[in-house]
Each structure stands twice: as C-alpha cells, then as structure tokens.
Design a protein around this ligand. Structure first.
Ligand code: CNA
Length: 244
C-alpha cells in the first residue's frame, strides 16, 4: 500500500473508522508496550503488574508510581501529526470515529470529537468500596498528597476508570458496530495483541489498512493492507497528497 493509494482510498470514503494504539503516541514521548523502546523491553514499569487488576488490589503502589509520573507529564505533551491528521479527517467528514486503546487523551486534545476509549481513561475515578466518584483534578490532588489515594468517605482504595488486564473494556458494542459499518478501517500503531480490541479488524467488511512499525497479530487476507512504517512519516505523505 503506497501513500498515494491510501490517499485515494481515503478521498473515496465517507465512513472511515480508525483503531489506534500506543504507537500513535510514541512520537509525543509516551512509550508503548511492545515497540523497541516499550515498557515490555525497558521494564521501566512492568505492564503486567502495573495494569493488572488483581495485582493492583493486592498492592496499588506500583500503579500509583506510574500514575504520578504519567499525570505529571501528559498535560505538557503535544498530540502527534497522526493525532492531528485523524482530527482533520473527522472534520472533513471522511472519518466517522476513532476507537482508541490509549489512555492519554491526545486524540481529544488534537480536536477529535468522536472518540471511543475502549481502555477507559483517567477522566474519572471511583472508590472500589463505596463507588464514590472523583474528577481528574481531585485525583491529581490526591496522587500528589498520598502514596496511594484513599476515599475521603470510607477509606477504600481509589481506582481511575482505566481498564486493567482482567477488566471489561468500555464501548466495545459501539466500536464493533462502527467497524462493521465502516467503508475503510485504518489501524494505526497497534500490535493487535490485546483482546478484545484486537478482534475489531476481524469484524470489518471493508478494506483494512494497518500502519505499524513491526509485526502485528492480524493474518494477511484479501482486502487487508500492511504498511511497516513510521506513522507520522507515512501519514505525512498521505496528507500531502490529499492536500488541505
Ligand atoms: P503495543 O502492543 O505497545 O503496540 C504498539 C505498536 O506500535 C508496536 O508494534 C510498535 O512497534 C508500534 N509503533 C510504535 N511507535 C510507532 C510509530 N511511530 N509508527 C508506527 N508504529 C509504531 O500497544 P497496543 O496499543 O497495541 O496495546 C494495547 C495496550 C497498550 C493498551 O492497553 C494501551 O492502553 C496500552 N498503552 C497505551 C499507551 C498510551 O495511552 N499512549 C501507552 C502504552 C501502552
């Protein structure tokens, strides 16, 4: 799949769905899980401990160490070219929605309106015991003040509404319906190994274009096109061909 062909397909579509993963945010400075500098390689944080619900309940401290670092930098990071490109496709009426596995709000900050965050985000949190809700600002205050945030009402453990391994994903029905109705699916920066999000391309009845550096867990098939390239570089060429 060349940038020219990809641009032609986008210009001939009016119901594109994008499925994004951690690879769309690496250029913004957020490491992915499985890329060459990902957390599974560097082990700066161990994803299987930090994002596992059983491990979190047993010892929430590693997750909150990650959260303290993550929330401390994420507001200062800029969306990448690829985030902004998707927002512009949405504004142009070409892209219907973005289904993201990311928890970094960069799609929304780039201007995307229609975002399904299947792995949740930090926007809200709740007490695992009494279910009282907290806003992101309230969580940030607690994260700065306490090693492990506890509920003001009952002392229970606070958990952000980020989906952990072992928890149900969010908005999967809407995401599946959007993919099934799409006239083109763009899969950007995902290894397609985390389920159930990785099953979404299998529901597509349209061309699927996968742009990812490195291997992905999706089998070749007619109507599936694989581009092993840097996202900003590839989509930059596509954007140039499409024009303003
Ligand atoms: P993943 O398994 O880490 O895969 C990311 C893929 O992107 C890898 O194959 C990389 O090689 C590839 N990649 C990295 N940078 C680029 C680039 N510039 N251009 C092209 N390809 C690139 O991540 P997935 O999203 O597939 O896995 C799902 C997990 C990762 C979800 O649960 C996410 O919540 C979680 N995650 C999210 C973030 C974030 O919010 N930014 C960061 C790290 C992990």
């Amino acid at each position: 799949m060349t940038p020219v062909r990809c641009a032609e397909m986008l210009m001939g579509s009016g119901n594109v769905v994008a499925l994004t993963g951690a690879g769309i945010s690496t250029a913004a400075g957020i490491p992915d899980f499985r890329g060459p500098h990902g957390l599974y390689v560097t082990r700066q944080y161990d994803p299987e401990t930090v994002f596992d619900i059983g491990a979190f309940v047993a010892d929430p401290a590693p997750f909150y160490e990650f959260t303290r670092d993550f929330l401390g930098v994420v507001d200062d990071l800029e969306p990448t070219f690829s985030h902004r490109f998707l927002a512009s496709l949405e504004e142009a009426g070409i892209l219907r929605c973005t289904v993201t596995q990311n928890i970094d709000f960069l799609h929304q900050r780039a201007g995307s309106q229609s975002v399904i965050s299947v792995h949740g985000d930090y926007w809200t949190s709740r007490c695992l015991d009494c279910n009282v809700g907290l806003s992101l600002d309230e969580l940030k205050l607690k994260v700065d003040a306490e090693p492990v945030p506890r509920c003001d009402s009952c002392g229970g453990l606070i958990k952000p509404d980020v989906v952990f391994f072992g928890e149900a994903v969010k908005g999967m029905d809407r995401a599946a319906a959007a993919v099934a109705e799409a006239d083109m699916l763009l899969v950007l920066g995902s290894s397609l190994t985390v389920y159930p999000a990785a099953s979404l391309p299998g529901l597509a009845r349209c061309p699927v274009v996968v742009v990812n550096r490195g291997e992905v867990g999706l089998q070749p098939a007619p109507n599936r096109f694989f581009v092993d390239a840097d996202l900003d570089a590839f989509l930059g060429e596509v954007a140039e061909i499409m024009g303003p």
